[in-house]
Design a binder for this molecule. Structure first.
Ligand SMILES: Cc1cc2nc3c(=O)[nH]c(=O)nc-3n(C[C@H](O)[C@H](O)[C@H](O)COP(=O)(O)OP(=O)(O)OC[C@H]3O[C@@H](n4cnc5c(N)ncnc54)[C@H](O)[C@@H]3O)c2cc1C
Length: 390
């Protein structure tokens, strides 16, 4: 097989890149190790920054999102039994976010890719990228048991945090910056209407809790739990009781309970692989960086990376200049580190480390008070949450 851009991975990064390239008249092939059903059902992110919403619309992938997604103009912070709303449009000059699940973004982009004529190969596992430092990089892959080679002008590794493309960057040139947290998130999907029409972020002495949603009839709820917790050690009643305790605040409506259809524990970690480009191999999304989910940045960063790559490739075609492609890693990393900063700050603000001294508790309260009483501090949060422009 031969193509201009070989894309490894059909998560949001790979699928959106395929769409952007198709619209720009650049041919590409997407290899995805899992089957379509798996990719369309994997529960992950659900908050789209303003820039992501704009990109999806411009790519012709926003029709269902605009119909079924829920625009959010703010979040609620709860701590010490109090409630405080952060109003995004008022603080950012009109920006907001959209609650629209990653599963739905992937379904929309897969349908478009297939309508665009593909190729999008499911159950096609990339084994290795060869010749990344040459003009003809190749992806060796196995499709339904048969080995094949995809010859490309460029390879974009969109294969997530456990992918293989990153391994083509020589170890001597790679640097990985990492941080792990001593806690994770127990996330549940519940057939229950959301108790609040915006996301609720709660800081409590027993740990963090988040009330989120997937649709007007499905809630997505999270509890901070110690690292290594087994999700099955929590029964449904205990989950609801603990959520109730942690989000309790004066005047807050009681939680709407309902059957829990899924539960799992996500470890919390941050990592950045530098550089994000080696020769003609470009890393995008979780293949290059992981953020803790607190700031809802993972999917949005993936979008930022592939927009940067697509623009750089179009720039090369229009001007003959490789400048933007050469600058890909530096351009993306500026945004990535801002998202890491934002996610780390929000995580530290709201979670309680198992060994946190009382001094740290007081500091958290002081930070929250500052945030909820000072417009400049709230503006910083609102700008970070709604995202940097692409
Ligand atoms: C459990 C979990 C929960 C999350 N929750 C949130 C959240 O609440 N909010 C938030 O903002 N972010 C969340 N994230 C992060 C967010 O979902 C990711 O940042 C986002 O999926 C990144 O998209 P991506 O396309 O870069 O990678 P992925 O979505 O991981 O896609 C990578 C794709 O590559 C495929 N692949 C892997 N290896 C190969 C191979 N060798 N060959 C071919 N294909 C391969 C995979 O099957 C996958 O389809 C969560 C992530 C996880 C893992």
């Amino acid at each position: 097989m031969r193509t201009t851009v070989g894309i490894v991975g059909a998560g949001p990064a790979g699928l959106l890149l395929a769409r952007l390239l198709h619209r720009a008249g650049v041919d590409a092939a997407v290899l995805e190790s899992r089957d379509r059903r798996h990719v369309e059902r994997r529960q992950r992110a659900g908050i789209l920054e303003q820039g992501t919403v704009d990109v999806l619309r411009a790519a012709g992938a926003g029709e269902r999102m605009d119909r079924e997604g829920l625009r959010h103009d703010g979040i609620e912070l709860r701590y010490a039994g109090t409630r405080h709303r952060v109003d995004f449009p008022a603080l950012t000059g009109g920006r907001s976010v959209m609650a629209y699940a990653q599963t739905e973004v992937c379904k929309d982009l897969i349908a478009l890719r297939l309508a665009d004529g593909g190729p999008l190969l499911f159950e096609a596992e990339a084994l290795a990228v060869d010749g990344a430092d040459t003009d003809r990089p190749r992806v060796r892959f196995r499709h339904r048991g048969v080995e094949d080679v995809l010859e490309c002008d460029y390879v974009v590794g969109c294969d997530g945090s456990w992918g293989v493309t990153r391994r083509a960057v020589p170890a001597a040139l790679s640097r990985v910056f990492e941080q792990t947290y001593p806690f994770g998130w127990l996330g549940v999907l519940a057939d229950a209407p959301p108790s609040h029409d915006e996301l609720v972020y709660a800081r409590h002495d027993r740990g963090f809790a988040l009330l989120s949603l997937r649709s007007p009839s499905v809630s997505r709820l999270y509890l901070q739990v110690p690292a290594g917790t087994d999700a099955d050690s929590w029964d449904d009643g205990a989950i609801w009781d603990e959520l109730e305790r942690r989000v309790e605040a004066a005047g807050a409506p009681p939680l709407t309970r309902g059957p829990i259809s899924q539960k799992s524990v996500t470890p919390m970690r941050s990592s950045v692989h530098e550089p994000m480009r080696y020769g003609r191999l470009y890393l995008a999304g979780d293949a290059a960086h992981i953020v803790p989910p607190t700031g809802a940045k993972g999917l949005n960063l993936a979008v930022g990376d592939v927009v940067t790559f697509a623009r750089a490739l179009v720039h090369r075609r229009e001007t003959g200049s490789d400048a933007l492609l050469d600058g890909y890693s530096a351009t993306c990393l500026r945004r990535v580190w801002q998202a890491q900063r934002f996610s780390a700050d929000l995580t530290a603000l709201l979670h309680r480390a198992p060994d946190a001294p009382p001094f740290e508790d007081r500091l958290q309260h002081a930070r929250l008070e500052r945030l909820t009483s000072c417009r400049a501090a709230a503006t910083d949060l609102a700008e970070g949450y709604t995202g940097l422009p692409f």
